[in-house]
Design a protein around this ligand. Structure first.
Ligand code: BMP
Length: 262
C-alpha cells in the first residue's frame, strides 16, 4: 500500500521529476504541509511566505486574486522559495481545451509556466488538457496535479469521474508530467510515485459558510491518505500564523511518521 511507504522510497518510484524533487524535499525538510496563501495583497503573501517558509514544502497561490500583481512580486516569491526551500504551485485549476489551456498557462499577465513549478488542472476536458499544458513548455521542469475529488459539499464528481481521472494521471505518454492527484481518499489511486494533495484541513472547524468541509491533520494523513495537506485559513487567520504553521507542520509530520511506522 502506497501510504505505508516513506517519501524517500516513493521519490525513487516517481516518474515525474517534480514529484521526485518534492518527495525528497519533504523527507529532508521533514514537512508535509502546504500553505494556501490565499491573500489579495502581494506584500501580505510575501510576509506569510517569509514567516511560514521554514515549515512548508509547498506554497500554493491563486494569483488571480492578487490586486497588485507584478513581475517583482513573482521574483520575490521565487527568492523566498529558494531561501526557505519550498516549491511553488499555482492552483489555476485549468479546465479548457488543450489549445486554450496552453495559452492560459504560458501567456497573459501571469505567465504561469515561467514561474510556477506546479499547477492544478481539472480532468473534465479529458487527457488533452495534460497534452495542452505540456505543449506550452519550453524545456522548463514542471508538473501538474490533476483533480480527482473535491472537498466542497455537493460537488459533482462521482466514482467513474474519479477513476477516469486517475487513469489520465497514470496511463499514457504524458505521465512524466503528472506529479500528483488532488483528492480526499487513500483509495483514490494506487501508484506510489504520485503525490496525494489534500485540501480541507483545519483544527478547530468542520465547515466554512461556503461549502468547504474540514478534517483534522491526523485524519487526513492517517485515514484519507494525504501525502501533503493544504492549510489556508487555519494558518492565515490564526492570531500567530507562524506558530500555527509550526503546529500544523508538527501534527502532520507526526501523523505521517506514525503512518509509515505501522
Ligand atoms: P482553506 O484551508 O482556507 O479552506 O483553503 C483551502 C485551499 O485549497 C483553497 O486555496 C482552495 O482553492 C483549495 N482547494 C480546496 O479547498 N478544495 C479542493 O477540493 C481543491 C482545492 O484546490
Amino acid at each position: 500500500v502506497r501510504t505505508r511507504l516513506t517519501y524517500e522510497t516513493r521519490a525513487n518510484l516517481a516518474k515525474s521529476p517534480l514529484a521526485k524533487r518534492l518527495f525528497n524535499l519533504m523527507a529532508n525538510k521533514q514537512t508535509n504541509l502546504c500553505l494556501a496563501a490565499d491573500l489579495t495583497k502581494a506584500a501580505d503573501i510575501l510576509d506569510m511566505a517569509e514567516k511560514c517558509g521554514p515549515y512548508i514544502c509547498l506554497l500554493k497561490t491563486h494569483v488571480d486574486i492578487v490586486e497588485d500583481f507584478s513581475d517583482s512580486f513573482i521574483s520575490s516569491l521565487q527568492t523566498l522559495a529558494k531561501q526557505h526551500n519550498f516549491v511553488l504551485m499555482e492552483d489555476r485549476k485549468f479546465a479548457d481545451i488543450g489549445n486554450t489551456v496552453s495559452l492560459q498557462y504560458s501567456k497573459g499577465i501571469y505567465k504561469i509556466s515561467s514561474w510556477a513549478d506546479l499547477v492544478t488542472a481539472h480532468t473534465l476536458p479529458g487527457r488533452s488538457i495534460v497534452q495542452g499544458l505540456k505543449a506550452a513548455l519550453e524545456g522548463e521542469e514542471r508538473g501538474v496535479f490533476l483533480l480527482a475529488e473535491m472537498s466542497s459539499s455537493g460537488n459533482l464528481i462521482d466514482d467513474k469521474y474519479k477513476e477516469t481521472s486517475v487513469k489520465i494521471a497514470t496511463e499514457g505518454g504524458d505521465v512524466d508530467f503528472v506529479a500528483g492527484v488532488v483528492c480526499q481518499s487513500s483509495n483514490c489511486f494506487a501508484f506510489p510515485g504520485l503525490i496525494q494533495l489534500t485540501p480541507g484541513v483545519k483544527i478547530n472547524e468542520n465547515v466554512d459558510k461556503l461549502g468547504q468541509q474540514y478534517q483534522t491533520p491526523e485524519h487526513v494523513v492517517k485515514q484519507l491518505g494525504a501525502d501533503i495537506a493544504v492549510v489556508g485559513r487555519g494558518i492565515l487567520q490564526a492570531s500567530n500564523p507562524q506558530q500555527a504553521a509550526i503546529n500544523y507542520r508538527d501534527r502532520l509530520w507526526a501523523a505521517y511518521t506514525e503512518r509509515v511506522a505501522k
